[in-house]
Design a protein around this ligand. Structure first.
Ligand code: GDP
Ligand code: IMO
Ligand code: MG
Length: 430
């Protein structure tokens, strides 16, 4: 029985949600292990669109166990409203199908306020965050002053936790010119939301261990992408969690040996939302065309995504840091009709050629891409469901990508629809 980790191999929005949904048919448990509702995962099933932020993409399929692990930061009010939205779309969610780790840190309104205040007050420090309090909540987790799911069960503990957080936050808020926190209102609002969260609370590490022993298949669902990783991303223009595959084990409480196959989700070109370096970014008609054909607007914030050519150099690097065994190449159809396609194979920096993105921010910003050109294809690949349906030049493009990133293709995606997916090598069969 193989357990599979799905991770984004670029700057997020690679199409992880679609692939997790597709793969979840083969899985018993689907677990989120990092990030929060900064994620936006869109699924399209028979024309119906589902947008998931905090919930694992497995909930839509029904009959599976969806898990929110301790590596996630959870906004309880957001979760309640996301559950309501999905229920209104006919998705069944109950304590039998959803579990939340008791040791999951909570995102409070003060985290969102701090996130947005920092972003608006200091243009030098602007990251272009989703404004959802992700960074401040992780800071409080590491600072040992966060409120966790289990704390909601006991009013006395909850008060202690809130007071511990407020000593820090009120000092910070004074410096930023924000009003001090209304302690009573915060406690009342936590008490109100507590029952709706506690009904899903469980010792997830134990549930996962038992699932493994029972031979259940686990699908770990990553959010964001490796270049937004707190350690290996384009720091400081990153998110505040480890998003690479190693985090999957820590983020739910299982050993690293649990992971049998790492599937990297890779868009056939590159996009990024927010600030930060992006060597292959295009500001011309090609970039605009990628954005229009790919409908590149953020699922979470509605922001326009920056677009550029495929960067094989970066994806080779992210496949290495996540130990990717195979990729799922998505949005190949968006490249239909381009006469010529460019792939970045390295960078030029100060007269030297590099085969990886350097760590220093000033160097990252100065790297210029070295391109290889390939002929495009005029035929449509949209909705293709087998290799045989792909034009020869599209196959050449895919093969060249595999060579350059040093990793084979396991799945290919040719439209937003669940079934428009080509299976090349089953990750669960490994
Ligand atoms: P995620 O954050 O990695 O789950 O990706 P998003 O859902 O934010 O963004 C991917 C977008 O592309 C979504 O709107 C998907 O419906 C869509 N999508 C996924 N795969 C394909 C594909 O193969 N072709 C096209 N045209 N769209 C796709
Ligand atoms: P999915 O799971 C794309 C980006 C933000 C910003 C940076 C920090 O849909 O791929 P944060 O709010 O996390 O502190 O913002 O990270 N970002 C994403 N970009 N896809 C995502 O998630 C993202 N989640 C965060 O735009 O640049
Ligand atoms: Mg997304």
């Amino acid at each position: 029985m193989a357990n599979v980790v799905v991770v984004g191999a670029q700057w997020g929005d690679e199409g992880k949600g679609k692939i997790v949904d597709w793969l979840s048919e083969r899985a018993d448990v689907i677990a989120r292990f990092q990030g929060g509702h900064n994620a936006g995962h869109t699924l399209v099933i028979d024309g119906e669109v589902y947008k998931l932020h905090a919930l694992p993409s497995g909930v839509v399929r029904g009959g599976k166990l969806s898990v929110i692990g301790n590596g996630v930061v959870l906004d309880p009010w957001h979760l309640v409203s996301e559950i309501e939205t999905l229920r209104a779309q006919g998705v069944e969610i109950s304590p039998e199908t959803l579990m939340i780790a008791e040791n999951t840190p909570l995102i409070l309104p003060i985290h969102g306020e701090l996130d947005r205040a920092r972003e608006s007050q200091n243009s030098v420090a602007k990251i272009g965050t989703t404004g959802r309090g992700i960074g401040p909540a992780y800071e409080d987790k590491v600072g040992r002053r966060v409120v966790r799911v289990a704390d909601l069960a006991d009013p006395a503990t909850l008060e202690l936790r809130v007071d511990r957080a407020l000593i820090h936050h009120d000092a910070l808020r004074r410096g930023l010119g924000l009003e001090s926190v209304d302690r009573e209102a915060l406690l009342a609002s936590l008490a109100e939301v507590a029952p709706a969260i506690l009904e899903y609370a469980a010792p997830v590490w134990k549930v996962m261990t038992e699932a493994r022993k029972a031979g259940k298949r686990i699908l770990f669902e990553g959010a964001q992408g490796a270049l937004l990783d707190i350690d290996f991303g384009t720091y400081p223009f990153v998110t505040s969690s480890n998003v690479i595959a190693g985090q999957a084990a820590t983020g739910v409480g299982v050993g690293p040996g649990t992971i049998d196959f790492v599937l990297g989700i890779v868009k056939a070109y590159t996009t990024r939302v927010g600030e930060g370096p992006f060597p292959t970014e295009l500001h011309d008609d090609d970039g605009q065309r990628l954005g229009e054909r790919g409908h590149e607007f953020g699922t979470t914030t509605g922001r326009k995504r920056r677009c550029g050519w495929f960067d094989a150099c970066l994806v080779r690097q992210t496949c290495a840091t996540s130990g990717v065994n195979g990729i799922s190449l998505t949005k190949l159809d968006v490249l239909d009709g381009f006469e010529r396609l460019k792939i970045c194979v390295g960078y030029e920096l100060d007269g030297e050629t590099l085969d990886y993105l350097p760590t220093a921010a000033d160097q990252q910003a100065r790297c210029t891409p070295v391109y290889e050109e390939m002929p495009g294809w005029s035929e449509s690949t949209e909705g293709a469901r087998s290799w045989a349906d792909l034009p020869a030049n599209a196959i050449k493009y895919v093969r060249r990508v595999e060579e350059l990133i040093d990793c084979p293709v396991a799945l290919l995606s040719t439209s937003p629809e669940r079934e428009d997916t080509i299976l090349v090598r089953d990750p669960f069969a490994d």
